[in-house]
Design a protein around this ligand. Structure first.
Ligand code: UD1
Length: 353
């Protein structure tokens, strides 16, 4: 049995770390088609090296462009690659433009699609990720959902009979990193002083008022004596230009294991990333999310996540008050989601597994 995995952006490489390992363990032949959406060393190759991912079978090198141009270039390249790769099934993780293009190219060629991390909803159609995942869910033949909440959102759209709740593949990655994660906290001082912050969504980076409010809040936290580490996504670095935040520990994008180590030892995470909200939850670190809503509603319900949007006061007070949530932190299933996906695919495609 052969799968083609369509990857392109950083969070997909993290998911692939679990999926590729599980495919190999199950004896499934995997061909990775890398769209080239992310191409900087720190955003792409570094993750292939860190996770020992198979070398992409094709790298389409599409690079950065507007959404429609980037997606269109991917569609052509993915379709041509799939004709050559001859997979039994195409696996598309996440909700990036690479996910959308991969799903569309496959269905147009009559190849079944499996969507990993299906059923997430923010109910914000102005978010590119929301549009991408809604379309991918409706194109896919099998929907691997991380939670019961995702299952019920899919059911509400008439997709219940294609849905399998497997848990979250990122949990596998955090679990695998567990042994290596040193709860290092802040090497220069009190561990309760460390704050890990990331900002990369266009809704925050491309709106000067929102970006300004977020940066000011982080500067205020640093001014109050906290050690605020801010690894910068290239989009955010470009948006900030010459006016880098004052008093913060600004870094280049970090290797995944290093980021997890910092998160595990931090007082709080401040982020607009989807993946980091879950990683903080699994590592029992309070999260403050720089959005008005989240797809990961369970993290809020269990008290591990606060939606502060771009409200400076809400951000600083949530960090000051950062406290542990409650509950077993099992909303996204137990480890092993990637193995469950590999077994289910094998059963569907070959009748085995
Ligand atoms: C994409 C995903 C988003 C995901 C994020 C993780 C979509 C619609 N969005 O957003 O869901 O959370 O990846 O990072 O697919 N750039 C570089 N080097 C790179 C890649 C990007 O400099 O290697 C810069 C370019 O200026 C580019 C900008 O970052 O225009 C944005 O890149 P883009 O491919 O649009 O996606 P992300 O914003 O990273």
């Amino acid at each position: 049995m052969r799968v083609a995995s369509i990857l392109g952006a950083r969070p997909q490489f993290v998911k692939a770390a679990a999926l590729s390992r599980a495919f190999t363990a199950a004896g499934i032949d995997e061909r990775i088609i890398h769209t080239g959406q992310h191409y900087d060393h720190d955003m792409s190759q570094a993750f292939f090296d860190e996770f020992g991912l198979p070398t992409p079978w094709r790298n389409l090198g599409v690079g950065s462009a507007s959404g429609p141009v980037q997606t269109g270039r991917m569609l052509v390249g993915i379709a041509e690659s799939l004709v050559e790769a001859e997979p039994d099934v195409v696996v598309v993780p996440g909700d990036t433009n690479s996910t959308l293009a991969g799903a569309l190219a496959a269905v147009q060629l009559g190849i079944p699609v499996a969507h990993v991390e299906a059923g997430l909803r923010s109910f914000r159609r102005d978010m590119p990720e929301e549009r991408n995942r809604v379309v991918a869910d409706h194109l896919a033949e099998v929907l691997y959902a991380p939670s019961e909440q995702a299952r019920s959102w899919l059911a509400a759209e008439g997709l219940a009979d294609r849905t399998v709740v497997v848990g979250d593949v990122m949990r596998d990655v955090v679990e695998a990193a567990g042994r290596a994660i040193r709860t290092q906290g802040d090497p220069d001082g009190d561990p309760s002083n460390l704050v890990v912050a990331t900002v990369h969504r266009p809704a925050n980076t491309d709106d000067p008022a929102r970006l300004g409010a977020i940066v000011t809040a982080l500067e205020d936290l640093a001014g109050a004596g906290l050690h605020v580490v801010l690894p910068l996504h290239p989009r955010t670095r470009a948006a900030l230009g010459a006016s880098l935040p004052q008093g913060l520990d600004v870094r280049d994008p970090l290797p995944h294991g290093e980021l997890l180590s910092l998160v595990a030892g931090a007082r709080a995470v401040v982020t607009d990333s989807g993946g980091l909200q879950k990683e903080a939850y699994w590592l029992a670190t309070p999260c403050i999310t720089l959005r008005a809503e989240t797809e990961w509603v369970e993290t809020v319900e269990e008290g591990w996540n606060v939606l502060a949007d771009a409200d400076g006061r809400a951000i600083t007070s949530a960090v000051e008050r950062a406290a542990a949530g409650h509950g077993p932190r099992e909303a996204y299933g137990l480890p092993g989601a990637a193995d469950r996906i590999a077994a289910d695919l094998q059963r569907r495609m070959t009748g085995a597994g």
